[in-house]
Design a protein around this ligand. Structure first.
Ligand code: TXA
Ligand code: MG
Length: 329
């Protein structure tokens, strides 16, 4: 299949491109589109046939449930049985935006979207192209990150094309995504409020809005979010997390004949393949995947990463570095 890449204005998306994408979605095809976090691979969430194609294109195991994207809170209510006061407060505060809410699903949601589970993850994205597409389709869109399963999430249309070119009908190219990391996932389906995936909306922002503690998934438990466990979001190159300066480790490894790249904040070697990152966690997050995509393609043996500060505002970045297979040296 030929994958059509169509450049779209991220602020005022051209109607023709959006209409064409919506028609493809109605025809059971797959369309990648930008959200404010990463690019998503969209399919009609109400059509099991389209969802089957989605799992196949991603190479995703069927036990990993999908996030359903909606235009608004009203559309989200259709998909769940228990739109609670907490859900209401969080949607009011953070939608449209990078927060995914897990609730008990209604009968409207096909089994395959939620991997047969009793809950569904819903999110209203803020990106204008994503919103225009949702409006034009008039359908909820299942959209996982538009990468092959377990690989790095895409923050540009080029990243999507490199992984999914030939497997999907269309990519709406809206340039680089704004946040750069996947949405925060919060589970409101049980007694406790549980953070399943840290992201752009922080734990403390959520706590402030609902006035309740935000708990972690009990260690080792894979019951509530199968897909969030284990290795994920990985570059092919080995990642090593280093406390402090990368210079010493770089010299050690290059002396043993390795080709070494890295990303650093405070101190790194002035060598090819070393990228300096911002000390602002939001700016760092925006650039992280693009930096890893770039270094991963450079044929290095190891990517060194200067460990970011262990402060709450770095939680999501640290989470992704660990999921990317980063081993602390
Ligand atoms: O920012 C994002 O969330 C991006 C953009 C495209 O919206 N999407 C994204 O989707 O990251 P995906 O499929 O790559 O990651 C969603 C994660 C999965 O690892 C899955 O396990 C979890 O959310 N998830 C989905 N449905 C769930 C559910 N019903 N219960 C618990 N976890 C769920
Ligand atoms: Mg993903």
């Amino acid at each position: 299949m030929d994958t059509r890449v169509v450049s779209v204005n991220p602020v005022a998306p051209q109607a023709r491109a959006i209409e064409e994408a919506a028609q493809l979605i109605r025809d059971r095809e797959l369309v990648a589109f930008p959200t404010e976090t990463v690019y998503g691979l969209g399919a009609n969430a109400l059509d099991s046939g389209a969802i089957e194609r989605l799992y196949e294109a991603k190479g995703r195991p069927p036990e990993n449930p999908l996030i359903v994207h909606v235009q608004s809170e009203f559309a989200a209510r259709e998909l769940v049985t228990d739109w609670s006061a907490d859900a209401e407060k969080l949607a009011e505060a953070f939608w449209p935006g990078p927060l995914t809410i897990v609730l008990t699903r209604s009968a409207t949601v096909p089994d395959c979207v939620v991997a047969g589970g009793r809950t569904v993850a819903v999110r209203a994205p803020a990106n204008a192209i994503a919103q225009a597409l949702l409006r034009e389709c008039g359908l909820p869109l299942a959209a996982p990150s538009a990468n092959r399963s377990t690989m790095l999430s895409p923050t540009t249309a080029e990243h999507v094309l490199a992984q999914l070119g030939g497997r999907i009908a269309m990519i709406l190219d809206g340039g680089q995504t704004e946040r750069g990391l996947e949405s925060t996932v919060i589970d409101l389906s049980g007694e406790a409020v549980v953070l399943l995936r840290p992201g752009p909306i922080s734990r403390s922002q959520i706590k402030t809005v609902i006035g309740k503690p935000v708990e972690d998934l009990p260690g080792g438990s894979d019951i509530r979010s199968p897909g969030l466990m284990g290795r994920h979001y990985s570059p092919k190159t080995q990642l090593q997390l280093v406390r402090g300066s990368l210079v010493e480790r770089y010299e050690e490894l290059t002396a043993s004949g390795m080709r070494v790249a890295g990303i650093w904040i405070v101190e790194g070697p002035a060598a090819e393949g070393f990228l300096r990152m911002s000390c602002d966690p939001e700016l760092y997050a925006r650039r992280l995947y693009a930096a890893l995509h770039e270094l991963d393609a450079g044929g290095f043996d190891v990517i060194l990463v200067e460990l970011p500060p262990s402060a709450p505002e770095w939680e999501a970045v640290l989470d992704r570095l660990l999921r990317a297979g980063g081993k602390l040296q």
